[in-house]
Ligand binder design. Structure first.
Ligand SMILES: Cc1cc2nc3c(=O)[nH]c(=O)nc-3n(C[C@H](O)[C@H](O)[C@H](O)COP(=O)(O)OP(=O)(O)OC[C@H]3O[C@@H](n4cnc5c(N)ncnc54)[C@H](O)[C@@H]3O)c2cc1C
Length: 547
């Protein structure tokens, strides 16, 4: 909490070059890029960082193979290059994964055409990943017996990438990067109004959502990175833009692990869209849906659940069909899709599923707005924002500074060398899905060296605190000190993915949760626990009522 308090004080007392409103992926990469290059940047979010759309994605860094069908080859090329760049920059986090696509005999395109499409996709992506494979029914029966091939004439396997940990953790690391470079950031701070003085400086009215305290922030440029709420905030500012959003709701269900293979099983769902079975550590994530909505505040409906469960049950050979009782957690969000104002009234309503997923950046009257976009394209967004900010006259002291990526190989070698010397992997818990050193490096990068030191000083720091959750005592202390965990949900759902892989019921009874809370919140631990379970109960009430 100390980190947040210090940042709140800086927000109120300093003048900034750029104020970023919204700490999803687009705001986070902008902050990381601007701060590393020596621009004075502040970022606020009215909830937690990545607490809205950026915690609800499919966790894929992909080249957008589905846009091949609408011949958006330029977009596919751009996304493939963005994906390749992410894999190179974050080898322990963004990893290659095979997509095992089943082809139904009745599908609108032939299997051969699909195979040609995957080859074209591979070539557009510079042949960076493995070549596609044509699969016969016999191959599929042997390699993935869980796939129901009774209506299939085979399939194809092609490569893309996924985020090993979790989208929200990926976003957090950019926020942390911005803080490391002198950026100022605070969660639970809402922007409510803004006015621009004659010299162009913004005076922005904000409110600490937790205590209700009003704040005034000052900046030369106002960056609106509110995702699906960009239009609402622009309306508050009185900024009119040529782009706006239309919203597509998507859900995922997390269920017990369905297969141990490290592949994404993919299918064409009943509505013709790609549908995935994605590995998520000890669980499986299934989805998604694509429903046009007007309101960004969405929740999973009984119909959504039915759609996902029916699709999965008919496409997999399961000993027992999945039911609502198997759902461990749910994810639900809206994709903000950028359209130009005319399209929002015309094409969008006619041809909605084919809408482009390109992002757009618009500069108007001292504001910059980011429309649409994907996690995959985040490094480009960061750099485009940097270009716009400098074009508006802000000087960067370190314009060539690299602002993203894992630490250099020498740091990595040193970490693994120290870990080997202290036999760290011997401390890996039996329930763990990977060696301890691999996990610590992926989550903390260079900071993981500090964790080794804590374990050397006190071996109890290597104890697992919460049953079934891959978190050591020293990691929770790290989270308390450096990760601006303000509510328990910030830790359980976003800095970690514990709330996604451990059901609420099990979590409630988990030995160690109280200990973890005491480390995170000290004297406020009890109140934070109560707040968390009260919110979970409220969020899950509609599902309980439908049961
Ligand atoms: C179901 C689904 C699946 C997806 N799958 C993928 C995928 O696999 N790969 C991929 O690349 N992309 C995927 N996407 C797209 C991707 O998740 C989004 O494009 C991206 O997360 C949008 O990020 P953002 O920063 O623009 O918005 P957000 O993450 O929504 O962030 C905006 C932030 O602004 C804050 N805010 C709003 N108003 C205010 C205010 N007044 N004051 C302060 N803060 C405010 C909100 O609290 C929020 O945290 C998916 C999206 C969905 C919904």
């Amino acid at each position: 909490m100390k980190l947040r308090q210090t940042n709140l004080e800086k927000l109120a007392s300093e003048d900034f070059d750029v104020l970023i409103v919204g700490g999803g992926i687009n705001g986070a990469v902008s902050a990381a890029c601007l701060a590393a290059r020596g621009i004075r940047v502040a970022l606020v979010d009215r909830g937690d960082f990545a607490g809205t759309t950026s915690q609800e994605s499919s966790n894929l860094a992909w080249g957008g193979i589905k846009y091949m069908e609408s011949f958006e080859l330029g977009l596919v090329r751009k996304l493939c290059m963005a994906r390749n760049r992410l894999i190179r920059a974050y080898p322990s986090t963004v990893q290659r994964i095979g997509f095992y696509l089943t082809h139904d005999r009745s599908f609108r395109k032939s299997r051969l055409l699909l195979w040609i499409g995957t080859w074209l996709y591979w070539l557009i992506g510079d042949g960076f990943l493995r070549r596609p494979r044509l699969l016969s029914v016999a191959d599929m029966k042997e390699e993935e017996p869980i796939v129901n091939v009774s209506h299939a004439d085979g399939g194809v396997e092609y490569d893309d990438a996924y985020l090993h940990d979790n989208d929200a953790r990926f976003v957090w690391n950019f926020i942390r990067g911005a803080l490391n470079h002198g950026g100022v950031a605070a969660n639970y701070v809402e922007v409510t109004a803004a006015t621009r003085a004659g010299d162009g400086t913004w005076s922005v009215a904000a409110r600490d959502v937790l205590g209700g305290t009003p704040l005034t922030l000052r900046a030369r440029i106002f960056l609106n990175a509110c995702g699906p709420h960009v239009d609402a905030l622009n309306a508050v500012l009185g900024t009119t833009t040529t782009h706006r959003h239309v919203l597509s709701k998507g859900i995922h269900l997390i269920v017990p692990r369905l297969t141990s293979s490290r592949r994404v099983l993919s299918f064409f769902a009943d509505d013709g869209r790609l549908f995935f079975v994605i590995p998520m550590g000890p669980r499986t994530c299934i989805g998604t849906t694509d429903t046009r909505v007007d309101d960004p505040h969405v929740h999973v409906t009984a119909e959504d659940r039915r759609f996902v469960l029916e699709n999965i049950n008919s496409r997999l050979n399961l000993a027992k069909p999945l039911t609502e009782a198997d759902i461990i957690a749910e994810r639900c969000g809206v994709r903000p899709l950028a359209v130009s104002t005319e399209a929002a009234h015309g094409k969008a309503s006619r041809d909605w599923m084919q809408l482009s997923r390109k992002h757009a950046i618009e500069v108007k009257d001292g504001t910059i707005s980011i429309f649409g976009g994907k996690l995959t394209d985040c490094l480009n967004v960061g750099e485009e924002i940097y270009d716009e900010v400098t074009r508006l006259g802000v000087r960067a002291r370190f314009p060539e500074r690299k602002w993203y990526g894992e630490p250099p190989d020498e740091v990595k070698d040193e970490f693994f060398h120290q870990a080997t010397l202290m036999d760290l992997d011997a401390l890996t818990a039996e329930s763990s899905s990977e060696p301890l050193s691999t996990r610590l490096w992926r989550r903390y990068g260079a900071e993981a060296l500090g964790l080794l030191e804590s374990i050397r000083q006190d071996p109890r720091q290597a104890e697992l605190v919460i049953e079934n959750a891959e978190y050591l005592r020293c990691e929770i202390e790290e989270a308390a000190r450096r990760e601006m965990v303000t509510k328990l949900d910030d830790f359980l759902r976003r800095r970690s993915k514990i709330a996604l892989v451990v059901s609420n019921k099990v979590l409630k009874e988990a030995a160690g949760l109280k200990d973890a809370c005491a480390i995170l919140f000290g004297g406020e631990a009890e109140a934070k626990l109560d707040e968390y379970f009260a919110t979970r109960k409220r969020d899950e009430a509609p599902r309980a009522a439908a049961d």
